[in-house]
Structure formats: C-alpha cells, structure tokens
Design a protein around this ligand. Structure first.
Ligand code: G6P
Length: 608
C-alpha cells in the first residue's frame, strides 16, 4: 500500500528516492511517481507501471534534483491513472505525496473551490495540496501544521514548495512515517527500510506530529504545536530487513516463502525447554495470571490465524477467547473487559484497521495487550505491552504464507503457556507439545514433497471459476485460509464452510462443475466429515481431499485424494494449510496471474 520517501540533500537525490520506492514495492501499489523542487516549481515524473519503469523514465529524461518526494500509490479515491498518481500539485508551486484517506475531503473541496482552486484529479490528496497552498505564507512547516488541524481521517504526507528549495515537510496521523538523519542530508519515509543506508538514524513520528527536514536538521512539532524530540534509533542495515531478497531456484516469492516454512518455523520456536510467560515479556508472569479471557483482533490471513488460535486457547488453556475482525471491532459497541488480554496478530504490524482496533481496545480500558507480529520495529509492537515476534523473515508475496504458519506457532505457544499457568497442562503434556513443535519443520518437509501431486490437480482447478472448501473444527479456519489464498491469487471465486453447514445452503451450488476441497485430518470429526463428503458425491460434486494417512479415505470415482504424510494432532492445521497454499499457487501459475502482486491487493494495508 502507498509508500512515501522524501529527501533533502546536496547531491542528486532521485536515485535514492527511486531505490526507496523499490524497497517499498512489496507493500503493493498501482502507480508511482517522483517530484523534485526546481526554480520553476516542482517537476514530476509519474507512471502506472512498475518502479523499474519510472526509473527508466527519470534516467532518460535526466531528471535530477537535490530535494524531492516520491510515492507508490494504491488507489483509493480515483482510478490508478497517471493523472491521479502522486506527487499531486497545487498551482505548480507545491507538491505533495499522501498515504491514507481524508474523510472530510468533500467539504474541504467545496471550501477550496469557493476560494478559486481547481481540481484536476479524482484524489482526496488534491484537497490537502490546495489546503496547504491556501495557508502558505512563506513557512511550509507552519502551513502544514495549520492544514492538518482541518483534516479528518488518516494520513502520512510529504510536501515541498517552490519557495523553499531545501525543505521537505512531513506529517502523520494514522499512517506511519519516520524521519531519517543522514550526513548533511535528511529524509522522511513510510518505513526505515526505504532509507536504510542513506539515513544513519531514524525517529518514528507519533500521532499528530509534523516534521520539517532541511539540510541543517529536523524539527518536529506535536499535535499541540510544541517542538518536541522523538527517540533517535539506529537504522537497521537494509540487509537486516531482508535486503534484496534473492528468488533462488523459485519462480515466485510466494513459492519461495511456502518452501521457507520449515526454516521460518524453526526460527520462531524459542530455544527453551519450557513454555514460560517470559517469552512474551518481562511482566507477563504477573499479568497473565490475572487475565480471564482473550480478545483477538486481526485482518485477512492473520484473522484466520486468530480463529485457529481460539480452538487452542479454549481447548488447551480453557480460557474464553473471542476473535474479531479488526475493522468491525473498532466501530461497534462492545462490552470491554479490563481483565481480557487483547492479542493483535499482524504480519506487518502496520495494518491500519488492526492498529485502530488495538487503540480502541486500549481506550476502553483494556490495558493488557500482546502483539504477535513479524516486524520488530512496527507500530503495533511499539504499542503493545507484550510481544511475540515471529521470525518468518521478510515476506514479499502479497498472499501471506510463512507469516501465517509462524503466527500459528506463536499462538500455540501462547495457548500452552496459559494452559500451564492455569493448571490445565502438566509437565508430561508440556514435553509432548514441545516435541511436536520441534518436529514440525521435518513434518512440513514431508508435506512440501507433495508438490508434484498438487501441480497435477492445479491443471484441473485452473479451468474452474468456483470452488468450495470444507473443514471442520480446528480445520475450518484452514479451509477459510485455503479459499482466501485461491481467490486472491488465481481470481477463482472460492468460499469455505464448516462442513456441517453444507446442507444449510452451499449444497445448492454443488454440481459436477464444482470442485470441493476437503481438509480431512484424522480427528474426532472425521466420521462426520465423511458423511458431508457423501452429501457432495451424491450431487455429482468432485471432491479433492487432503486426507491424513490413517483416515482410510481412498481415491474413487469423483473423489481425488492426496494423502498427508502424518497425522499431527493439535498442530495439524499448520501442516494442512501448506497443500492449500501450494494448490492456490500452482493454479494461479497455470492461469498466468501476477502471483506475487495480485491485482487490487496490497501487502501492507495502511489505509482503512
Ligand atoms: C493484506 C494482505 C494479507 C494480510 C492482511 C493483514 O490484506 O494482503 O496477506 O493477511 O493484509 O495484514 P497483517 O500485516 O496485519 O497481517
């Protein structure tokens, strides 16, 4: 999702800006652009292709400058056209890049039209450009501070003005922005990763902050207008963020990331012989004793990790667990429980809805919060009392894979830790769970070896336009995740149901043309699941079953079976999701979609 980079330097800064955009590409975008300040006002180059194409354009045009801003845009208001791409200008004197959504843009637009401003794009961003322009009286920092007072919604912005050729002003509320300190040059960016190497140190701006970066230094004003300092941290080397990740022998990052799961999981399992609350933070032993329920908040794939965790938390730790989609929770009236532990799950730690839901829970008096997150420096990790860092490594494919399975590992560890603390897990069970966890990477390798069989199925799936996914119990969220993976990267319409719900509606859809993917572990619900499968067969539906070794489900007319190498008890969801990831991946490959950057989707969703 939208990414911002800005810089003030004495050298041509365009290559640094473009490299910053390249590093933010993983967030997802549909257009991009860069502007520099010249004596004639800001000049820009924009593209609806990739950053590489923008790079070619700037090289060919010898487009250079010492002060500039750049942007990758994920369209919200207005189609992804060159005209709507950022930087957006106001009267050829001011240029702005923006991440977020301005909710009161319509009333602001009317007010600005009345003042004579013309709107040439469909973006909400253009109102910010004109608003700042209308308030400018020779001091861009002051104009931006005045303008943000009038903005409702979420934003991170970078602004330059013709009259201040060595100044970039940034501001943030709801969307992330960092300032970067270099040697005689300074930066802003959506993420430290974008400027690592050029900036030696960074500060995270806080909600409502406005910053002014010049050659001499950085000034930051808080929401009340006071000049403040923000903690200065070392910027991690670009390599520490994962660097330019090599594809190795793989065709796509998604495939690479699916195959990295054994390593990612083994990196995520702590080197410990016991499940102790300290794994989540120093104060956790005391706080965890006092909690009486769990509230999980997340979006997308992370939400499905939460749904799986509910089964573990309630069965292993016997603790009541609610799981809510963050974008729903933040706006509904709920009954807060100060004794609940609020758990946010997020690969990026920057998802706007999950961050807002977390802050909402905190505002309701729920002070005990835990982030299960893959990015140590993310806003979410900084906002929560406790953390469990997954060590999936950088995930580039928009469709989450290794982040999901490592989240599951973290959540299982939480369930066993709480179970132990609450007297529901004895030493023998603890040892068994640890052994199961430790063996997971090897078990996953066994599942990955099923790839050739899944490739054969993908040829069939690629010709379909619809698919149903069935699971029961602990594997229902896995069926949901399988359907999500298939739809997001292959664009095949897919829905998941708990198999018992089939007869209450979706059975009406079942014909020979409908593939029904069934997650069939050898658990207590197996016989029930087999009955549900018969209901599908009786209507001519084609079953594609991922069956555990000892389920005795065999291939026959209309029933295609891939046998999982071993049954994995409570941790079985972590194994069963992998063939579903591979099925989605290979089906998408056969259909020739842009697997790592599926249309309309973004990796890091920093707007509502
Ligand atoms: C986007 C991504 C998904 C991800 C979701 C939540 O939709 O495409 O893969 O599951 O955001 O992201 P988070 O970073 O909070 O896990």
């Amino acid at each position: 999702m939208c990414g911002i980079v800005g810089a003030v330097a004495l050298r041509n800064i365009v290559p640094v800006l473009i490299e910053g955009l390249r590093r933010l590409e993983y967030r997802g975008y549909d257009s991009c652009g860069v502007a520099v300040v010249t004596a004639d006002g800001p000049q820009r180059v924009r593209s609806v292709a990739r950053v590489a194409e923008l790079d070619e354009q700037v090289r060919e045009a010898h487009f250079e400058g010492v002060t500039g801003i750049a942007h990758t845009r994920w369209a919200t208001h207005g189609a992804p056209t060159v005209n709507n791409a950022h930087p957006i200008f106001s009267r050829d004197t001011l240029a702005i890049v923006h991440n977020g959504i301005i909710e009161n843009y319509e009333s602001l637009r009317e007010m600005l039209r009345a003042k004579g401003y013309e709107f040439v794009s469909q973006t909400d961003t253009e109102v910010i450009a004109h608003l700042i322009h209308s308030l400018y009286q020779g001091d861009l920092f002051a104009a931006v501070r005045a303008a943000v007072q009038q903005l409702a919604g979420a934003y991170a912005i970078g602004v330059v003005h013709k009259n201040q050729p060595h100044t970039v002003v940034g501001a943030r509320a709801g969307s992330p922005l960092v300032v970067g300190y270099g040697k005689g040059e300074n930066f802003i960016a959506s993420d430290g990763l974008a400027i690592a190497g050029s900036a030696e140190h960074i500060s995270y701006l806080e909600e409502g902050d406005v910053c002014e970066i010049t050659l001499e230094g950085v000034r930051i004003a808080d929401r009340a207008g006071n000049i403040v300092t923000r903690e200065v941290r070392d910027v991690q080397a670009y390599g520490a963020y994962g660097g330019a990740v090599d594809l190795g022998p793989y065709r796509h990052y998604m495939q690479k990331e699916i195959f990295e799961q054994p390593r990612a999981i083994s990196d995520t399992i702590p080197a410990t012989d016991a499940f102790t609350p300290e794994l989540f933070g120093d104060n956790a032993p005391e706080v965890f004793k006092g909690i009486d329920s769990i509230l999980i908040l997340a979006c997308g794939t992370s939400y499905y990790a939460g749904l799986t965790a509910k089964y573990w938390l309630e069965s292993v730790a016997k603790i009541r667990t609610d799981v809510e989609i963050a974008s729903e929770y933040r706006y509904r009236e709920s009954v807060p429980n100060p004794r609940a532990l609020v758990v946010t799950i997020s690969q990026s730690g920057e998802t706007a809805d999950t961050l807002a839901a977390l802050k909402h829970a905190q505002s309701l008096g729920m002070e005990h919060t835990l982030a299960v997150c893959n990015v140590a420096t993310s806003a979410m990790v900084r906002l929560t009392e406790f953390k469990f860092l997954t060590h999936a490594g950088r995930e580039i494919g928009v469709a989450s894979t290794k982040a999901f399975t490592t989240q599951l590992v973290g959540l299982f560890i939480l369930a066993v830790t709480l179970g132990k603390l609450r007297g529901h897990v004895n030493a023998e069970q603890e040892a068994t769970y640890l052994k199961l966890l430790r063996h997971l990477p090897a078990a996953l390798n066994g599942v990955l070896a099923l790839e050739p069989q899944i490739i054969a199925w993908s040829e069939e799936f690629a010709r379909k336009e619809n698919a149903l996914f069935l699971g029961r119990g602990l594997h229902y969220p896995i069926a949901l995740e399988g359907a999500l993976k298939l739809k997001e990267i292959s664009y095949i319409h897919a829905e998941a149901y708990p198999a018992g719900e089939l007869k209450h509606g979706p059975l009406a859809l079942v014909t020979e043309a409908m593939p029904v993917v069934t997650v069939a572990p050898n658990d207590a619900l197996l016989e029930k699941l087999k009955s549900n499968m018969q209901e599908v067969r009786a209507r001519g539906g084609q079953l594609y079953v991922f069956a555990d070794a000892d389920t005795h489900i065999t291939s026959e007319d209309g029933i295609h079976v891939i046998r999982m190498p071993e049954h994995y008890g409570l941790l079985s969801p972590i194994l069963h999701v992998v063939p579903l990831q591979l099925l989605a991946y290979h089906t998408a490959c056969v259909r020739g979609t842009d697997v790592d950057k599926p249309r309309n989707l973004a990796k890091s969703v920093t707007v509502e």
